[in-house]
Design a protein around this ligand. Sequence first.
Ligand code: NAD
Length: 295
Amino acid sequence: MPLPHVAWIGLGIMGSPMAENLLKAGYPVTGYTLEPHKLDRLAAAGGTPAASVREAVADAAVVVTMLPADPQVTAVTSGDDGILACARPGTLLIDMSTVGPRTATGLAARAASHGVRVLDAPVSGGEAGAVEGALSVMAGGDRADFDEAVPLLRTLGTTVVHCGPHGAGQTVKAANQLIVAANIQACAEAVVFLEKSGVDLAAALDVLGGGLAASAVLTRKRHNLLARDFTPGFRIDLHHKDMGILTAAAREVGAALPLGSLVATLVAAVRAQGDGGLDHAALLRGVERLSGIAS
Ligand code: NAD
């Protein structure tokens, strides 16, 4: 069977390499995003740039969105010239952006009235995971739609799991962001503590990475922490957005998240101090400032 024609909307840090992995696997991909140079990059990888969402989705069987946040997902999917208005009935829309569970369930309800099927399928694994096709994909929606999407999703990620009905993928992603932020904050505090104590940081991180303190965060962010390299990666601005999703969703279901609330405040503080455009490893800069280290 020929591979389905994919429309990809949102070719940023994550979307570009993910769309390129589909092209490498043989999927025809038509893309649209706001920055022209990212469309040039898609064309260089063998994809077809489009001039609008309408043009991108016209011939697509599957539409993937990888957009910054809830307002962009709602505008691109549900606006006058959006995906729901322009896609063919029967199209499968896979929203891989990180948005609130309520945005996902609202989109699924609106899509149903257009005959469009939807999965929420946010990811974890960062830019490196996107480049390597090694993301973790957490999906919500109808099981049959998920099963249909699995071959495509396995091109993008190595762990691909159906978590439940519409919105369940986004709920799991919110939990993921709690764990990641708390883990980065703990690593950042350990770094400041170790350096102020005069311990060799590289040696300390080596041995910590071999014991119970080991984590994907410690491995993937080691260079950022050692070199103070905060090139994004995953921007503090986006993690701030995700902590807002988490705290709102937790409030709705009556889950108390004392650590989550504290880490959300620390992410917000680093952002308020002007570091919103840096990688989330820049939580280290917040700990340094609290500890009297100029950064
Ligand atoms: P990004 O800002 O690099 O890319 C977003 C892209 O969306 C841009 O290319 C922009 O042109 C496009 N876009 C915005 N509004 C648009 C519109 N109206 N029409 C068409 N295109 C539009 O963001 P990113 O880092 O790639 O993240 C995308 C999503 O993935 C976010 O929800 C983020 O939370 C999530 N995420 C990011 C990472 C990461 O490490 N960067 C990891 C996991 C999940």
